[in-house]
Design a protein around this ligand. Structure first.
Ligand SMILES: [Zn+2]
Ligand SMILES: [Zn+2]
Length: 349
């Protein structure tokens, strides 16, 4: 291991990033150093790369290394690290908990009061090496390819959102054809959903959704979504709605299409306040609503790892692009191109 590494760094408070040569970081007492084998681009990275108003208000210290989704090999551990060993193949939960607040002490570390996020509140993993706290390091199944292990963080969002209650024998309606919507289609399929519908807008992505197990995709611009769903569910509406979009339209249609006694899992983040038909959408129907933030630590991670290791969950069609780390700008361009042409974009350092 040399002294220097390549890293994708946001240097200035403006759009873009640059590939720079940096010293390889040293792990602190409770941290591990990883040689990154694969790292994937998330919507959050796109916000930071493009430097939108959220990023400008959120990112404190520049320069900062981008990225938070990865898989790699541990090459060094701090003096207090016990669970993780040199040579382990790991990924990481990106929500870094304080371990002291009420949520952390009661099994809800994923919504810690003092949450820090990898690649947002500290240096990330778009680099040859990265340092992460041992508390978030997650040992992968060695049989899983690095580019698949790298996307377990967003896959975990989909697993938590989809399987917060069983979907066996149930009809599932997904809003959003982004990576988490596509992952949710794959998860619902292998978890035994009777029918899985995905509402999207981009043909390339809806084709992927069908490939990974969606029974039917519905084009939001063209198809009669309400009519189709009612005829497919004997006029009752769907058992489960997974909202990965967060739009007013998805909220309206989702609460309209969920059946009496059904479940609505809200993962998509709205651009601002949205309205909900409280009476007819939730109260009178007796609908159960879940807010989905992050991944349960570490219940979701066990499910994700075991689903991937079993070979039953095939997410490979969702990873549409694999590029060298040096071509990160092309990766970001693929992420924002319209109509959407990419699922997950993976960078290889
Ligand atoms: Zn992510
Ligand atoms: Zn906490």
């Amino acid at each position: 291991m040399g002294e220097l590494m390549q890293a994708v760094v946001k240097s200035a408070a403006e759009a873009g990033a640059e590939l720079v040569t940096r010293s390889i970081p040293r792990p602190g007492a409770d941290e591990v150093l990883v040689r990154v084998k694969a790292t994937s681009i998330c919507g959050t990275d796109v916000h930071i790369y493009g430097w939108n108003s959220w990023a400008a208000g959120r990112i404190r210290d520049l320069p900062q290394i981008l990225g938070h989704e990865f898989a790699g090999e541990v090459v060094e551990v701090g003096s207090e690290v016990r669970r993780i060993k040199v040579g382990d193949f790991i990924s990481a939960e990106t929500h870094i908990p304080c371990r002291a607040c009420k949520q952390c002490l009661t099994g809800q570390m994923h919504i810690c009061n003092n949450l820090k996020i990898l690649g947002v509140d500290c240096d990330g993993c778009f680099a040859e090496y990265a340092v992460v706290p041992e508390i978030v390091a997650w040992k992968n199944d060695p049989s899983v390819a690095p580019e698949l292990a790298a996307v377990q963080e967003p896959l975990g969002n989909a697993v938590y959102c989809t399987l917060v209650e069983p979907v066996v024998g149930k009809s599932v309606l997904i809003f959003g054809d982004g990576p988490t919507g596509l992952f949710a289609a794959a998860v619902a399929h292998v978890a035994g959903a009777s029918k899985t519908f995905l509402v999207g807008r981009h043909p390339v992505r809806m084709e992927i959704a069908r490939k990974v197990g969606a029974t039917q995709t519905l084009d939001d611009n063209r198809d009669d979504i309400e009519g189709t769903l009612l005829s497919e569910t004997d006029g009752l509406g769907v058992d489960v709605v997974l909202d990965m979009a967060g739009t007013q339209r998805a909220i309206d249609l989702g609460f309209k299409m969920v059946r009496k006694g059904g479940r609505f899992s809200a993962f998509g983040v709205a651009g601002g306040r949205v309205s909900i038909d409280l009476n007819d959408g939730i109260v009178f129907k007796g609908v159960t609503v879940y807010g989905i933030n992050g991944r349960l630590m570490f219940d979701t991670w066990f499910e994700v790892r075991n689903l991937l290791a079993s070979g039953r969950l095939d997410i490979s069609p969702i990873i549409t692009h694999k590029l060298p780390l040096s071509e990160f700008a092309e990766g970001f361009e693929l992420m924002v191109r319209r109509p959407k042409v990419s699922g997950k974009v993976v960078l290889i350092p």
